[in-house]
Every structure is written in C-alpha cells, then in structure tokens.
Design a binder for this molecule. Sequence first.
Ligand SMILES: Nc1ncnc2c1ncn2[C@@H]1O[C@H](COP(=O)(O)OP(=O)(O)OP(=O)(O)O)[C@@H](O)[C@H]1O
Length: 239
Amino acid sequence: MTGTGLDIVLDGVTKQYGGRAALDAVSFTARAGRITGFIGRNGAGKTTAMRILLGLAAADTGSATIGGRTHLGLPPGTVGHLLEPAFHPGRSGRSHLRIPTTALGLDPAGIEDVLGDVGLLEAADRRVRGYSLGMRQRLGLARALLGTPRALILDEPTNGLDPDGVLWLRERLRKAADEGVAVLVSSHLLSELEHLVDDVVFLQGKVLWQGSREDAARESTDGSLEQLYRQLNGTGVAA
Ligand SMILES: Nc1ncnc2c1ncn2[C@@H]1O[C@H](COP(=O)(O)OP(=O)(O)OP(=O)(O)O)[C@@H](O)[C@H]1O
C-alpha cells in the first residue's frame, strides 16, 4: 500500500559545483496522483535535483519541497526513494528491509509483502553479494516501497530489470499513482517512459520543456517523446 500523495516541487533551484551550474533556476512540480518522467542527458542534473529533494545535497538558492515541507521536516517514511542504492554484500536481502522497518516502526509483515511484490521472496535470505544487478535493483525498489510512502523518487528504476521486472514496475507505479502518490522517475529509456508517464520534464541544467504527455505528443512532430527530445536538443542523437 502507498499513502495519499504529496506534490513534489522544485522552485527556482540553482546548484553549482566548482563554479558550474548543475541546476540553473529549475522549477517544476511532480503532482500527486501522477507519474512524472524526468528526462535528460548524462550530467543534465536529474540526480542532483533528486538528491536535493531528499536532503542529501543543499540547493544554493530556491526550495525543494514535498507536500510543502523540506525532506527533513517530513515524518520518516513519507518519501520512498531509489537513488544509487548501496547494500552490504554480507547481509541478506531480508535484513536490508528489517532495518528501515524497525527504524520507521512499521509492521514487519510489510517486509514479506514488498519481497513478494518485487519477486524476491525465494532469494530473501541469500546474501546480497550473490544477487544479480536486477535483483539488487528489485531490493532497492522493495526498500522504496516499504510502508506507505506518499511520494516516490526513483532514479533510473528500470536499470538492470528484465522484461518481467519492467512490466511489473510499470504496473506498480501506476497503482501507486492511482492511489494518489506523486511519482517522479528518471530514465534514459525514452521508449520506456512513453508507456509510463502522465507528465514529463526535460532537463538540461535548465528545464527545457515541461508539460503533460498529451501536450508533449502535440509538440512533437511525430507524437513521440523521443522526437520531442530530438527537437529540444536540436540533435539526431537520443539519450
Ligand atoms: N558531488 C558533486 N561534485 C561535483 N560535481 C557534481 C557532483 N554531483 C554532480 N556533479 C555535476 O553536476 C552535473 C549534474 O550531474 P547529475 O549526476 O545530477 O546528472 P544526471 O542528469 O543525473 O546524469 P546521469 O544521467 O549521468 O545520471 C554534472 O556535471 C556532474 O558532474
């Protein structure tokens, strides 16, 4: 189960690293009850924006809020996230879920639910060192879905997933959005996002374009996100 949603809002966020702007006055809203695709080249600032939303990096100017509050001001467990997941290779998948479950005071039965959800029940007691890339990604998603998150922030969630995993994720994120959760998902796979998102934000340090999937289809000369990406970047090369 996921909880009723909260808008994810970046408002005029600028972030510089070594005098170069990774984000330049970036503003967008990923609305509750919708899936927002976050699209951009390598180095476009997607991860930086997500790190700022999660309180892992500080904006130089502007604000990053979820339901009107910064991440620090939210009750623990409000935001499920998948961002460069790190696991202890010597611990089992299940034990990686026990820690946040205890810390957040969640019902331990939820661990079995999410393990079943991501298809890791059989492998749950094996050490993560023996997991494939896709299994690690599933474990990261299980952690993001624990409890009743009201917003989901997922950086490249389809990385390493097999076709079953991709299809499962698509349905799971739609279910979350239908329950009112705000879902912000970055991906390099434009074709994957075609089938997933309600709204899109094209980022290249600045917001190049944002709007609904329907508006994107109207803007794109052939209706696809891939073509709109080409138009915005003035290039024949897709991400
Ligand atoms: N901690 C850091 N120190 C210095 N520069 C950084 C740091 N984090 C990000 N950057 C720089 O900020 C810019 C944006 O990086 P970011 O990782 O946010 O992009 P991205 O869109 O997530 O890229 P990718 O698709 O490759 O994951 C890049 O130029 C990157 O080198």
